[in-house]
Write a protein that binds this ligand. Structure first.
Ligand SMILES: Nc1ncnc2c1ncn2[C@@H]1O[C@H](COP(=O)(O)OP(=O)(O)OP(=O)(O)O)[C@@H](O)[C@H]1O
Length: 227
């Protein structure tokens, strides 16, 4: 579905991620873990088409693609960036109408947003804002979801709710690449895991293997892990 083949990407001064190979298939959640600065966001942006590869390629449905983000978005890719992508001055209802989002579908994913439809997004809690961002991304009926640090700064219950919605969408046929610092939560919903360190893949395996090896993984690669 979506794959990186020998992918290198960065910001002008040279690649910050190098020679990455990874792929995500229909119905699968692939977690990208790693400490701050490891290159997780950079990888996600390159997969999304927001950064042009400096080497290698991104393949979509088996073919190399150089399409930019807006074109990939039309082809069914949804990106939830690290900075919450809700428009604070718009109401929840207005936020859900942006783009090709189906508001009823969005409310089906997070019914609790229903009572806040006419509130400005800026007045919502961080967790509710993230629900709006994720609901909007999922309610475009994408085939690929790329999500960056959904859990950032949020309470465990909300994180579970958000990641549960991601898992349910994958079970319904979505391909997901999830960047997370919250290792335990990511492993709870992921099928496969890549750990990035200094811009390269330091460890790859199934989520079950990562759970079995969690303490060693945390010690070796993920010293900044919280719960
Ligand atoms: N816009 C940018 N311009 C130049 N360098 C950048 C830019 N964004 C990130 N970098 C650098 O690229 C490297 C990888 O950053 P990236 O954000 O991909 O890491 P990350 O694993 O997502 O970390 P974090 O969890 O802190 O977001 C870092 O050294 C960072 O300083």
């Amino acid at each position: 579905m979506l794959a990186a083949r020998g992918l290198s990407a960065g910001y002008g001064a040279g690649p910050v991620v190098r020679d990455l190979d990874l792929e995500v298939r229909v119905g699968e959640v692939v977690a990208l873990l790693g400490p701050n600065g490891a290159g997780k966001t950079t990888t996600l942006l390159a997969l999304a088409g927001a950064l042009v590869p400096m080497g290698g390629a991104v393949h979509i449905d088996g073919k190399p693609s150089r399409a930019p983000l807006h074109e990939r978005a039309r082809q069914g890719l949804s990106l939830v960036p690290e900075e919450r992508s809700v428009v604070m001055s718009l109401t929840v209802r207005e936020n859900l109408r942006v783009g090709r989002c189906d508001p009823d579908l969005a409310l089906g994913i997070f019914p609790e947003l229903g009572e806040h439809l006419d509130r400005r997004a800026g007045l919502l809690s961080g967790g509710q804002q993230q629900m709006v961002a994720l609901a909007r991304a999922l309610a475009r009926r994408p085939t690929i979801l790329l999500a960056d640090e959904l859990s950032l700064g949020l309470a465990p219950q909300i994180v579970q709710r958000l990641l549960g919605a991601v898992r349910a969408a994958a079970d319904a046929g979505l391909a997901v690449v999830l960047v997370e610092q919250h290792v335990r939560s990511a492993l709870a919903i992921a099928d496969r895991v890549h750990v990035l360190r200094h811009g390269t893949v330091a460890w790859s395996g199934t989520a079950a293997e990562a759970k079995a090896d969690r303490d060693r993984l945390l010690g070796a690669y993920l010293p900044l892990d919280t719960p």
